[in-house]
Design a protein around this ligand. Structure first.
Ligand SMILES: C[S@@+](CC[C@H](N)C(=O)[O-])C[C@H]1O[C@@H](n2cnc3c(N)ncnc32)[C@H](O)[C@@H]1O
Length: 264
């Protein structure tokens, strides 16, 4: 039976370049089609952030991996952004992009698209520069620890959390997932917001040599976990993965987006 330890071991083979290639270039990152998963994710995040309810001093992204797309709308609403990942290879990939090093992944199409959604006519380079300035730290994180970011980030000190494809992809079972959700929720101030994206009914994904087991969750399971952790759900959307985007790198059936607020 899988345990937190065996999940951690499976991540030792995780290859950031392969993961980016599997998920963040076409066909999954098809900016020409409004129905593509990438457009859907960015639209959900942009819509929630445009409501005028989310904002504050500190935004923390839990399990950032090697990706920054999940922050492109929300970071604008905070003074400081903290990114985090369990693996040093992913933190290194993030630092490469943040410091504009050769070989960094190209997030340009994502940044251009979010600028278009925001409709302010802003040059995408400005947003890119601002995000790079706003990210103050890239920290190690372990969602299975009661204090996932250690001493750096105290419980009850964070205004909002973003987390995409982390909880279900890093937990051996639903019980551990719910416990991990509780751990990250402890970081939030009462009334703080959570923007959560994840896979629906997925049992594994590939990232190079790594084959990672995933807890297959349904919409109902995610809704119940959020309520049990003390959230009010403000928005919940689901996306059914079309067959053109089933490219053999996982067995995902859909994606969920949840905007939830920690009860005061
Ligand atoms: C499926 S990836 C998601 C990456 C990115 N957020 C995205 O949207 O594509 C899951 C990430 O969780 C990280 N991770 C693995 N174990 C973890 C743990 N115990 N606590 C927090 N993050 C963990 C992995 O290193 C990986 O980057």
């Amino acid at each position: 039976m899988s345990s937190i330890q065996t999940v951690a071991e499976s991540y030792q083979q995780f290859n950031p370049k392969a993961y980016l290639q599997n998920n963040y270039v076409p066909p999954r990152a098809d900016f020409s089609s409004e129905d593509s998963v990438v457009q859907w994710k960015l639209r959900c995040l942009a819509d929630a952030c445009a409501k005028g309810e989310i904002g504050g001093h500190t935004l923390v992204d839990i399990g950032s991996g090697p990706t920054v797309y999940q922050l492109l709308s929300a970071f604008e609403l905070f003074d400081e952004v903290v990114m985090s990942d369990y693996l040093e290879v992913n933190r290194a990939e993030l630092r490469k992009w943040l410091t504009d090093q050769p070989g960094a992944f190209d997030w340009t199409p994502y940044i251009k698209h979010v600028c278009m959604l925001e409709g302010k006519g802003e040059a995408w380079q400005e947003k890119q520069k601002r995000l790079r300035e706003r990210v103050k730290k890239v920290l190690p994180v372990n969602i299975h620890q009661p204090n996932p970011l250690g001493k750096e980030i105290r419980s009850g000190s964070v205004d909002a959390l973003v987390s995409s494809f982390c909880l279900e992809a890093c937990s051996p079972n639903m019980e551990a997932l719910e416990k991990a959700l509780g751990h990250i929720t402890n970081l939030l101030k009462p009334g703080g917001h959570l923007l959560l994206i994840g896979a629906l009914e997925e049992s594994y994904y590939l990232a190079g040599e790594a084959r990672i087991n995933v807890v297959p969750v349904t919409e109902e399971m995610v809704r119940n976990a959020l309520s049990d952790s003390g959230y009010t759900i403000k928005d919940f959307q689901t996306y059914i993965m079309p067959s053109t985007m089933k490219v053999g790198v996982d067995d995902v059936n859909g994606i969920f987006f949840a905007w939830a607020q920690k009860m005061a």
